[in-house]
Design a protein around this ligand. Structure first.
Ligand SMILES: *Cc1c(COP(=O)(O)O)cnc(C)c1O
Length: 355
């Protein structure tokens, strides 16, 4: 039987998506050729790229609003560099809510001044800072919507006098937001969108052309836009599977429908963590808790073995916390069925009874 996969990333995708993807590897579009052996310039693949780009904008409500969707390589980590390379002239502002924000800050500093408007580092990144001001003299404000490692998530986004850039790697397509508030959104596919190997970038064209430095072509957003995300060979498989997943999301009723399910799953799990006497949530403040990555600890270290044995026996996989935080992390992305969350909750109850 298939495991209940709570991995943080690469992560769960719907079974139907896996089935269609494996079929395309054998015989794509009845061409009697594999998806993996045809030209990325062929009509069949160009259609995949265009559909994947179009579906992303459609889901986010950004069609016809001056945005472009790109599928690039190098992961979200490459975006830490590309954002600064393309947008940072003098100064940028960053909100530091975890490891990924810190890495983005580190890269941006190589291109200019970086002001960190607020940080939650002193508390092990277990909350989302609020009430900071964004200076109007910076080129952009950068934030991370969901902190995959610590399990915090931004509910509100600040009013910003300057463009907002957001790393949405681990919660893109999971909840409804006014995405037109953002000027650039990026997301590594392997959390909530597809397999590892491609990164979605949603960008407003008017943001570009304002830095004075030379930009290498492969790192230049305007070149990727001009070439319709085909400047060089794209990750054909990752883009195809992302497209299948965005089609699946559409069949589910889109972001607002999946958001309801995501809310239910998170509520079920957090309620159990708060109720259960042997566990505690890593993030104390309810409004800062991530609906995608649920982090928690076991209070008594001696019960770890019991819990893990029970979890294993129930077919649960991937709940070990990130090595920098420890404890447990259950990632409950769009493709995670509530039935799997119920299995985890039952294991937690069972462990409490046996303890
Ligand atoms: C996983 C993750 C990253 C890093 O992604 P790579 O694709 O491995 O570079 C960056 N930001 C967030 C929020 C993530 O969850």
């Amino acid at each position: 039987m298939k495991k209940h996969n709570f991995s943080a990333g690469p992560a769960i995708l719907p079974d139907e998506v896996f089935k269609k993807a494996s079929q395309a590897v054998l015989n794509f579009n009845n061409l009697n050729l594999s998806l993996l052996e045809i030209s990325h310039r062929s009509k069949d693949f160009v259609e995949v790229m265009e559909r994947a780009r179009s579906l992303a904008l459609e889901h986010l409500g950004l069609k016809g609003k001056g945005y472009h969707a790109l599928y690039l390589q190098g992961g979200a980590s490459m975006q830490f560099v590309m954002v600064a390379y393309n947008l940072l002239n003098n100064k940028a502002t960053y909100l530091n809510t975890g490891t990924w924000s810190s890495n983005a800050i580190k890269e941006a500093k190589k291109f200019g001044d970086v002001a960190v408007v607020a940080t939650s580092e002193s508390n092990g990144f277990n909350f989302i800072p609020k009430g900071y001001a964004i200076p109007s003299d910076a080129d952009y404000f950068h934030c991370t919507s969901n902190n995959t490692i610590y399990g915090t998530q931004m509910r509100q986004f600040p009013e910003s006098p300057i463009p907002i850039v957001c790393d949405m790697s681990s919660d893109i397509f999971s909840r409804a937001l006014d995405f037109s508030k953002f000027d650039l959104i990026y997301a590594g596919a392997q959390k909530n969108m597809g397999p590892a190997g491609t990164t979605l970038v949603i960008i407003k064209e008017e943001l570009l052309g304002k830095v004075s430095r030379q930009i290498p072509s492969i790192l230049d957003y305007s070149i990727h836009i001009k070439k319709d995300s085909m400047f060089n060979t794209p990750s054909v498989f990752a883009v195809y599977v992302s497209m299948l997943n965005l089609e699946w999301l559409k069949e589910q009723g889109g972001i607002s429908a999946i958001e309801k399910k995501n809310d239910e799953k998170a509520e079920l799990l957090y309620n159990e963590i708060d109720r259960n006497s042997i566990f505690e949530a890593y993030v104390p403040e309810k409004e800062d808790r991530s609906l995608m990555n649920v982090t928690f600890n076991i209070k008594n270290e001696q019960l770890k073995a019991l819990f893990e044995t029970e979890a294993n026996a129930a077919g649960i996989s991937g709940i070990k916390g990130h090595r920098s935080v420890g404890g447990y992390r259950a990632s409950i992305y769009n493709a995670m069925p509530i039935e799997s969350v119920k299995v985890l909750v039952d294991v937690m109850k069972h462990t409490e009874q046996k303890a």
